[in-house]
Design a protein around this ligand. Structure first.
Ligand code: ADP
Length: 228
């Protein structure tokens, strides 16, 4: 479970990005985070994986209190949370297989387990046949599928995606959504910041709308609700 209480975030330059947010997200939910550019969506989700720290208020992630979490325990938090970015952030010199295996190698998992697990998640994103390819030999959609495989290889309870379809054409975006739904159906909580109104309006999920650093709407099976 994710729980924020009275969270505020002011950046060092004085910008108040989050202006009093309290919210609960239960295990297994699928939540879209929507809102105009500059509303605070990225800041809201970055605080959950400790990329940014709140100026005030408390954040609990699966029982871990982020306010008192020591810097050296951050990698432990990251094992609970898989992160997917708009621009994929794959390591260009490594193969698909190596990009995905990396997170398990750093925690010194058993090599046999690593092989089985990596091929398992590559199968889930339908990329087993491209395990030996390098990122620049793949399409944008394929690269995003690798980054999704990488984000779930540790079996995190939560997946956070910041505009995951932002760089993809519409057909490819729908493929990514199929994979997200499958991951969510297996029990992973998904939080997805997006500007893709078609997806939000068609695949109905909880919608949290952020405007001026506050929650303006929070609806189960909500609509995107903004003109494009
Ligand atoms: P969104 O994701 O909805 O576009 P952001 O969370 O990125 O919104 O930004 C919210 C506000 O905080 C904006 O005014 C933005 O300019 C500001 N902001 C974001 N990141 C930083 C930063 N690292 N330093 C200073 N201001 C920032």
């Amino acid at each position: 479970m994710i729980e924020m209480q009275d969270v505020y975030k002011t950046y060092p330059n004085g910008v108040l990005a989050i202006n009093g947010i309290s919210v609960k997200i239960n295990e297994g939910e699928f939540v879209y985070v929507v809102g105009p550019s500059g509303a605070g969506k990225s800041t809201f989700i970055k605080m959950m994986y400790r990329e940014e720290r709140p100026s005030n208020g408390s954040i609990m992630i699966n029982g871990i209190n982020l306010s008192s979490l020591k810097e050296k325990k951050v990698p432990l938090l990251r094992r609970h949370i898989g992160v997917v970015f708009q621009d994929f952030k794959l390591l260009p010199k490594l193969t698909v297989y190596e990009n995905v295996a990396f997170a398990l190698e750093v925690i010194e998992e058993n090599p046999k387990y690593i092989k089985r697990r990596v091929m398992g998640v590559l199968d889930l994103v339908r990329l087993k046949h491209k395990a030996r390819f390098k990122p620049d030999e793949l399409s944008g959609g394929e690269q995003q599928r690798v980054s999704i495989a990488r984000s779930i290889v540790n079996s995190p309870k939560i997946m956070i995606a910041d505009e995951p379809t932002g760089n993809l054409d519409p057909d490819t975006a729908w493929e990514i959504m199929d994979i997200f739904e499958e991951i969510n159906n297996r029990g992973t909580t998904i939080l997805m910041a997006t500007h893709n109104s078609e997806i939000v309006n068609k695949i109905k999920k909880r919608v949290i709308a952020i405007e001026n650093g506050k929650i303006a709407r929070d609806e189960m099976r909500g609509e995107y609700g903004y003109e494009i």
